[in-house]
Design a protein around this ligand. Structure first.
Ligand code: SF4
Ligand code: SF4
Length: 139
């Protein structure tokens, strides 16, 4: 019987001291996992943030996650979902500067605010600042 495969979307936060360490390389090489980076960036305070799809055999996946925890990288499972209530959004633009991944960004053609759920990492930063509470958290 073949081993169970897992595939999960995870968010990794790298403290400044670990940004240049080959952590993802080792994660993939030593634990035989596959990944697809959905987003990677250095935040203004110099922390690194990476969102990826990580997949492989369940046993390898668990070992890989244990390794990540030991390195000091903080990890969060992307199990939450952010949606925008299109009827409520007034396209005021207040959320654009807050969003770290440009999931919320201006559409130069229409002057409206685009919400690109593929880029959203469910950080929840846009929820409180929205004056009409158009950004909603779903589990
Ligand atoms: S802050 Fe709220 S109302 Fe304004 S553009 Fe963003 S989601 Fe829409
Ligand atoms: S939760 Fe809001 S601020 Fe965070 S990435 Fe998604 S759209 Fe951007």
């Amino acid at each position: 019987m073949s081993e169970k495969q897992v595939s999960k979307k995870i968010v990794l936060h790298f403290p400044k001291s670990l940004i240049n360490e080959p952590i993802v390389y080792r994660l993939i090489k030593d634990f035989n996992l596959k990944y697809n980076i959905l987003k990677a960036q250095i935040l203004p305070d110099q922390e690194g943030l990476m969102v990826m799809d990580l997949s492989g055999k369940e046993k390898d996946y668990k070992k890989g996650i244990d390794y990540l925890k030991k390195t000091g990288v903080s990890m969060q499972l992307l199990s939450k979902d952010i949606r925008r209530d299109e009827d409520s959004c007034t396209h005021c633009g207040a959320c654009i500067v807050i969003c770290p991944t440009e999931a919320l960004r201006p559409d130069k053609k229409t002057g409206k605010v685009i919400f690109d759920s593929e880029k959203c990492i469910a950080c929840e930063l846009c929820i409180d600042p929205c004056p009409v509470r158009a950004m909603e958290l779903h589990f």
